[in-house]
Design a protein around this ligand. Structure first.
Ligand code: FE2
Length: 278
């Protein structure tokens, strides 16, 4: 799947952009399926907001118990002061997570293709497990910013084996909130871990409190069908979407079953058990 030059690019930069990895048809199928899931979702009483700016305060049981479910999280700016949605449910959801790849047939087959299996093998991930999936809408006008972070903060293993796969299901531009990354930024260590606190809820364990060199972030503008492979330590972010166009993306995080998976990671899966590319 990967050329030796691509592998060395990934090792040098901490990310790899693979254009036309997914067909337009597969992107369309996933967009269509996500819309069906949102239409079938009854939000009564479950307004859970996703914000990385206030990860601790806004994290709730609805989020923490979503590792083996298909759950829906709202944009922070989706609501009027009186708590009503400003716009339709379909235009208010920030993301769906975190077991789409195991519980929904369309997401399952999108996530378990021969191409992805070979890519993961080329990256040297032994005994891969598909840990979590997210459908991210980055809604027009209200799509929230995602702060600069390393995926290893949220999905930690020992040794670190997490690989993030970020599929552009629509063109991602600076205007509609594409990814930004610090090329080579994976060479510095893990800055923090987001872990379950003994008193309940979540907390950050900080290893390095220096701020991100955000002036080094560069935009990764990509077309629909592009896959961006993200190293667990790569600093990346995305800006808010204030444009009139959405920026749908699907992400999949893979870990190695040869690594230790800590019991204080937020995501704990018991049933159904995690699967690879079977
Ligand atoms: Fe991320």
């Amino acid at each position: 799947m990967l050329l030796p030059t691509q592998l060395s690019q990934y090792e040098r930069d901490g990310f790899l952009v693979l254009e036309d990895f997914v067909s337009a048809r597969a992107c369309e199928q996933l967009r269509k399926r996500s819309l069906e899931l949102v239409q079938a979702f009854d939000p009564t009483g479950v307004f859970s907001i996703f914000s990385t700016r206030e990860q601790s305060r806004l994290t709730d049981d609805y989020f923490l118990e979503s590792s083996d479910k298909i759950r829906f999280f709202f944009e922070e700016d989706a609501f009027l002061p009186n708590g009503q949605l400003r716009q339709s449910k379909e235009k208010s959801i920030n993301k769906i997570g975190h077991a789409l790849h195991d519980l929904d047939a369309v997401f399952d087959s999108f996530s378990r293709t021969q191409n992805i299996r070979e890519l993961i093998a080329d990256l040297g991930i032994e005994l891969p497990l598909l840990l979590q999936s997210m459908y991210i809408f980055k809604q027009p006008n209200i799509g929230g910013e995602v702060d600069c972070h390393q995926d290893g903060t949220f999905i930690y293993t020992e040794p670190l084996s997490t690989v993030g796969l970020w599929f552009a299901l629509e063109d991602a531009t600076i205007e509609n909130g594409c990814l930004w990354a610090i090329r080579g930024g994976h060479e510095s260590g893990l800055k923090s871990r987001w872990m379950r606190a003994t008193e309940g809820g979540m907390r950050f364990q900080i290893f390095d409190a220096t701020p991100w060199a955000e002036d080094k972030l560069e935009p990764l503008e990509v077309r629909e069908g592009t896959l961006i492979v993200l190293h667990a330590l790569l600093p990346h972010k995305s800006l808010a979407n204030r444009s009139a166009r959405s920026r749908h993306a699907y992400t999949l995080h893979v870990v190695s079953d040869k690594s230790q998976y800590p019991k204080d990671n937020w995501l704990q899966r018991t049933s159904p058990p995690l699967r690879g590319f079977d």
